[in-house]
Design a binder for this molecule. Structure first.
Ligand SMILES: NC(=O)c1ccc[n+]([C@@H]2O[C@H](COP(=O)([O-])OP(=O)(O)OC[C@H]3O[C@@H](n4cnc5c(N)ncnc54)[C@H](O)[C@@H]3O)[C@@H](O)[C@H]2O)c1
Length: 352
């Protein structure tokens, strides 16, 4: 494995945040190339971040022998074909959410990964915020007891200007709406803490903008561990917040409400009456913070390649989140609860 790993970022929208994340870790990564069909957009980005090579097509990037990792930051409908091309060119792949737009496609990506020594990592960078990581640590230290209930709010604001970007708001190109595109991070945070879901009942509707996909969602979930929770999502909240609240037997954990940083500090941990306060506080003092957000996911990606261990976010993780999306859409359309898992033969397996 070359050190630093040599990266080509494809797409110069959110791709800029990826470049910044890699450049926070110069001993681990070097961004060698930026690719975008829109060179007018990409050129000033390449100049600003000192990226030597500009490319107009993924094929061109795939042919560059000096690239180890292709990082896909393109609109969702391109992801599957681009992952396939990059892996076939012998590159490791990082890919923005949503990884792909159906459970059938995510299973195809998993088969692609099984047939190669190249690694494919979906992005879920919210996982690595220090607040959420502290809760994960307390669970690993057996300090929380069993989970009872969780409550999640994703209340964001998107207006007509946002939907002027032509791939957004359309089923064929965005692949889904607020749940798939925005709240999927919040769903992943729940799965990361509590493990797999058992059943979902949901309602999705389009109430805020004149778009094809949903922008308001309400869901009730039962997790395999028996805990119950709700997630509500809107893209019509002028006052933006995100919030996760988990109630365990021995503590409650509540995130801050910064809409795009609620997995980061500060989180409030409150204790039970039986006096576990000292244990929890002692454990939190032992917590060792690692990088957060994109740099957090990228540094763990580097370690996983170096040590040949599991990736910090796996294709199975992307599947689990996508399965909740598929189940919610199905539940909303049929007015019935959906039991997981969703596999071949289910009406929501091939398309969302
Ligand atoms: N993880 C997060 O927090 C987060 C945040 C925003 C967006 N995203 C995801 O990132 C992806 C991109 O979103 P965005 O907001 O940057 O979109 P965007 O439209 O702003 O940028 C996408 C860029 O990709 C380029 N592009 C399109 N097709 C291409 C192709 N075939 N080859 C090369 N370049 C191509 C476009 O010219 C554009 O510059 C989406 O999947 C989106 O859901 C994730």
């Amino acid at each position: 494995m070359s050190t630093p790993l040599r990266i080509a970022v494809v797409g110069s929208g959110i791709g800029v945040e990826h470049i910044k994340g890699f450049q926070e870790l110069p001993e681990l990564f070097e961004v060698k190339a930026l690719c975008d069909v829109n060179l007018e957009r990409a050129a000033p980005v390449a100049e600003k971040y000192g990226i030597g090579k500009l490319a107009r097509s993924l094929d061109e990037v795939c042919r560059l022998p000096e690239i180890d990792v292709i990082d896909l930051c393109t609109p969702p409908a391109f992801h599957f074909a681009q992952i396939d091309s990059a892996v076939k060119a012998g590159k490791h792949v990082i890919c923005e959410k949503p990884l792909v737009g159906s459970l059938a496609a995510v299973d195809s990506v998993a088969r692609l990964a099984e047939g190669t020594d190249r690694r494919i990592m979906p992005i879920f960078q919210y996982r690595f915020g220090h607040g959420l990581q502290k809760l994960k640590y307390l669970i690993e230290q057996n300090l929380t007891g069993e989970a009872f209930v969780f409550n999640v709010d994703v209340a964001w604001w998107r207006d007509g200007e946002y939907y002027r970007n032509p791939w957004r708001g359309k089923r064929a190109t965005e692949l889904g709406g607020a749940l798939l595109s925005q709240a999927i991070h919040a769903v992943d945070m729940v799965l990361y803490i509590l493990g797999p879901a058992k059943s979902v009942f949901g309602r999705a509707s389009t109430r805020v903008n004149m778009i094809e996909v949903e922008d308001c969602v309400a869901m009730a979930l039962e997790m395999r561990d028996g805990s119950l929770g709700t997630i509500s999502v809107t893209l019509g909240s002028l006052a933006e917040i995100s919030r996760h609240r988990f109630t365990f037997r021995n503590l409650t954990a509540e995130s801050n409400t910064e809409p795009y940083a609620n997995s980061c500090d500060p989180w409030a941990f409150s204790f039970n009456a039986r006096g576990n306060e000292k244990q929890v506080k002692d454990a939190l003092e032992q917590f060792t913070p690692a990088p957060e957000r994109y740099a957090g996911q990228f540094s763990r990606f580097y370690q996983a390649l170096r040590d040949e261990t599991d990736l910090p976010v796996t294709i199975a993780d992307a599947r689990a989140a996508l399965e909740i999306v598929a189940a919610t859409y199905h539940s909303s359309e049929r007015n019935e609860p959906v039991t997981l898992p969703i596999g071949p033969g289910h009406p929501k397996y091939e398309t969302l």
